[in-house]
Design a protein around this ligand. Structure first.
Ligand code: AMP
Ligand code: ZN
Length: 493
């Protein structure tokens, strides 16, 4: 049974798989002014007021997936968190959001050799899957989705510039970045280059001047993907891809550069070094944002441990909105531990929110004109404080539950929908939410009722009847387990 199969399934028609969480409310609203957006900048190591380079406009670059496999739930965290940031920024700015696709990489080459499938087939399959899976989590497509293989000329041009300016050197068909040419190297990841060199036990490749010099270009053997270049047929290093694509689509200086915490070193440190040196010291990113890591049952996700949970599998049994809320339930910079409880508690939270909205009449006009809760915006403007923003949403639900005045209830519900829309939540009709389960599938209430019947049959020593019920549940994809605290159940995939 897959890990995902342990969860109780309740799929919302139109959401879990095809996944447009914004089905209901997507109205154009006038752009309000920011009160005060504060973001934690990794380079400065603190929360700072956000100000874009150009008034009224923001550029955002997020390091996207390497497409050789389905995205796991950890990969979904930056996609969801920075989708929320993009939604927030779009309220007040003209945002240009680029999220790249790394479609040339040694892991992709290895997957091609392992499966015998052409590289293009592998990357095309996993690009489509990534976008579909993220869509199911309510992640809007970015404005630009640049692919590394379509920017080789830009990468070669940037490498040539770096050589010309004395920041890179060619050796044995490789081109390497000369880390010693950049005194600022290590500032983003707070590493001291001299200590790094002293502590280094890495065997230095013969073509490198120093252990920490990193590859900008490397040679390809005939069976590997490669492009002609001034240094022979070869392929780019990973870091130069993002520097070249960011420059092409967003300019020399971008406002926000984002990604997972694991990318701070070496990927972002190297991107920063390349871009600054290619651009004569111009700032590369004004703000660096990094999300914390997601673990599974307090353990690092890893293939060897067999605890890698793919979004592709999880959305078969769990509504995308539940997964999105679970990912937003912790502050993005904090670690997030994923377990059955994480999902169940997100599901219960949505039950409470939709429970408050159920039966409230809200006209399309009310929704279109409703303001997002100011307290919720203030929470998000405070370095995306999603736990506080969710608490504000619950505050509205509590107020709604307390009042019986029709117009007040409508106004509060409209505000809840508008606030939920900003967070990529509450896009379903409440009736659909509570009715939502897969056609022909037993609802949790059905299952509980059958378990009760079986227990009664067992108590009456009618074991044939009890077995028949177990069989019926099993046929419906529900496994039950008798324990000291009663009978528990879970769906198998
Ligand atoms: P990759 O496809 O491995 O380059 O990863 C894509 C994105 O997912 C990067 O921003 C990573 O930092 C992020 N990421 C990978 N694993 C995790 C995890 N367990 N928790 C949070 N973010 C992760
Ligand atoms: Zn990158």
């Amino acid at each position: 049974m897959s890990w995902a199969g342990k969860f109780r399934a309740r799929r919302i028609p139109g959401i879990a798989v095809s996944g447009n969480i914004d089905m209901i409310a997507s109205f154009e609203r006038p752009k309000p002014k920011f009160m005060s957006l504060q973001l934690h900048d990794t380079l400065q190591g603190r929360k700072v007021p956000f100000e874009p380079l150009k008034k009224g406009e923001v550029t955002l670059y997020l390091c996207g997936p390497t497409v050789y496999n389905y995205a796991h739930i950890g990969n979904a965290r930056p996609a969801v968190v920075f989708d929320l940031l993009a939604r927030l920024l779009r309220r007040s700015y003209k945002l240009t959001f680029a999220r790249n696709i790394t479609d040339v990489d040694d892991k992709i080459n290895a997957a091609s050799i392992e499966t015998g499938k052409p590289i293009d087939d592998i990357t095309a399959k996993f690009i489509t899957a990534y976008n579909k899976d993220m869509g199911a989590l309510g992640v809007h497509p970015p404005d630009i989705e640049p692919r590394a293989t379509q920017h080789i000329a830009e990468m070669i041009a940037m490498i040539e510039t770096l050589i010309e300016k004395g920041h890179a050197y060619e050796a044995e068909n490789h081109v390497l970045f000369d880390v010693s040419s950049n005194p600022d190297y290590g500032k983003l990841s707070k590493r001291d280059l001299r200590e790094m060199i002293a502590g280094s036990r890495v065997e230095v490749a013969p073509y490198k001047k120093a252990a920490h010099d990193f590859v900008l270009w490397k040679p390809s053997t005939p069976e590997l993907p490669g492009w002609d270049s001034p240094w022979g047929r070869g392929r780019p290093g990973w870091h130069i891809e993002c520097s070249a694509m960011a420059e092409k689509h967003l300019g020399e200086t971008i406002d926000i550069h984002a990604g997972g915490q694991d990318l701070v070193f070496p990927h972002h440190e190297n991107e920063l070094a390349q871009s600054r040196c290619a651009h004569d010291g111009a700032p590369f990113a004004r703000y660096w944002l990094h999300n914390g890591f997601l673990s599974m049952d307090h353990t690092k996700m890893s293939k060897s441990l067999g605890n890698v949970l793919l979004v592709h599998d999880l959305i078969k049994t769990t509504p995308g909105e539940v997964i999105r809320l679970a990912l937003l339930s912790a502050h993005y910079r904090q670690p997030l531990d994923w377990s059955e409880e994480t999902i169940e508690s997100a599901r219960k939270m949505l039950d409470r929110l939709y429970g408050a909205l159920q039966g409230v009449d809200v006209s399309a006009a009310d929704r279109a004109t409703a303001d997002v809760s100011e307290d919720l915006i203030a929470a998000l403007e405070d370095d995306l404080n999603t736990p506080k923003a969710l608490a504000e949403l619950f505050g509205l639900a509590r107020e709604l539950n307390k009042t019986s005045d029709g117009p007040t209830r409508s106004a509060l519900a409209a505000q809840m929908y508008a606030s939920g829309e900003l967070m990529g939540l509450l896009g379903s009709d409440p009736e659909d939410w509570f009715a939502g389960h897969v056609e022909g599938e037993l609802t949790p209430a059905d299952i509980e009722a059958l378990i009760e019947k079986r227990n009664a049959a067992k108590a009456a020593r009618d074991f044939a009847a009890a077995d028949a019920i177990r069989e019926r549940l099993s046929e419906a994809g529900v496994r039950i387990q008798d324990g000291r605290d009663g009978t528990s159940w879970r769906r198998s995939s």
